[in-house]
Design a protein around this ligand. Structure first.
Ligand SMILES: [Zn+2]
Ligand SMILES: [Zn+2]
Length: 289
């Protein structure tokens, strides 16, 4: 099928202690945050979560860069990319490579995070003991050649953690240490887990509209905490569609914002799967009831 480089994505390795320590420290800080509640701190967490998770990871890394569901002016693409770096999930080259491999080899032994290898593995085991986002250069060259040509993406992928540091310093000056606990640590832990839930939960629990060759599911709860990324069976059936929530009741804030960008002239070539018109082509599952 594809001329594939030997990938050993899902093989368990010894625990990566540096990553593991970071993850543990972040969780402890997130618990500390709970003792320092204020409405300003909550606002800082919500705003940074929205910027990192929705504009960055969902609209930027995922729907724009990985799948090309729409196009934006370069400056806008770069802006969304910088927003995504605030989500501390590696740079664009690495993230896009990992996610394209997930789509190419879903639920096989080359999938970086399939729940068929264990629920915990799919959630965060692959971060602690798997490849995580540490993709070898030849793999990036194979899966993200488009981004590799762009010096900005190469640069940002090297220094992606700086956004996180700068925003942290900014929050410290605005609202002190407790605002850092909320806008950086608590928000980051929630952001990680909600993204990881897309890899674990939406390949395990939910409904299936499309008869895809993987275990992907539509899960409204996960969609609610990922700005619409939880309509994952819709997404695996139609990866390029910038619209993941296909029915009126499938709330998809990332899609609504992409439509808004299109309205104000900042997005074009927006591709959206049309449920009524295209359903037959995609071999939908017959409704059980
Ligand atoms: Zn998936
Ligand atoms: Zn995807």
């Amino acid at each position: 099928m594809q001329n594939v480089i030997e990938l050993k994505q899902s093989k368990r390795k010894p625990i990566q202690w540096v990553t593991g320590t970071f993850v543990v420290v972040f969780h402890l800080m997130a618990i500390w945050a709970l003792f320092t509640f204020s409405w300003q701190n909550l606002a800082a967490a919500v705003i940074t979560w929205w910027i990192a998770g929705s504009w960055g990871i969902g609209m930027g890394y995922h729907r724009l860069l990985t799948h090309g569901g729409y196009k934006t002016p370069k400056w806008m693409e770069y802006f969304l990319t910088v927003c995504a770096t605030l989500g501390l999930q590696s740079g664009s080259l690495q993230w896009v490579t990992t996610h394209r491999i997930h789509h190419a080899f879903t639920e096989t032994d080359k999938d970086p995070h399939s729940p068929r290898e264990g629920t915990f593995w799919a959630h965060m085991g692959w971060i602690l003991q798997g490849t995580a986002q540490n993709q070898p250069e030849e793999v990036v060259r194979r899966y993200a050649p488009d981004l590799l040509k762009d010096k900005f993406h190469v640069f940002v992928s090297k220094y992606y953690y700086l956004t996180f540091v700068f925003v942290g310093i900014g929050l410290y000056f605005i609202g002190g240490w407790s605002m850092v606990l909320w806008g950086i640590f608590l928000r980051q832990v929630l952001g990680w887990h909600s993204t990881w839930l897309v890899n674990s939960a939406t390949h395990l629990w939910g409904t299936r509209r499309f008869e895809t060759h993987d275990d992907s599911r539509n899960n409204g709860l996960i969609a609610a905490v990922t700005f619409g990324e939880g309509w994952h069976n819709n997404h695996h059936a139609n990866p390029r569609s910038a619209k993941h929530g296909l029915a009126w009741y499938e709330f998809d804030p990332n899609w609504l914002q992409i439509k808004f960008l299109e309205k104000i002239g900042l997005a074009e070539n927006v591709y959206a799967y049309n449920l009524e018109k295209q359903m037959d082509e995609a071999k939908p599952l017959r409704k059980a009831a």
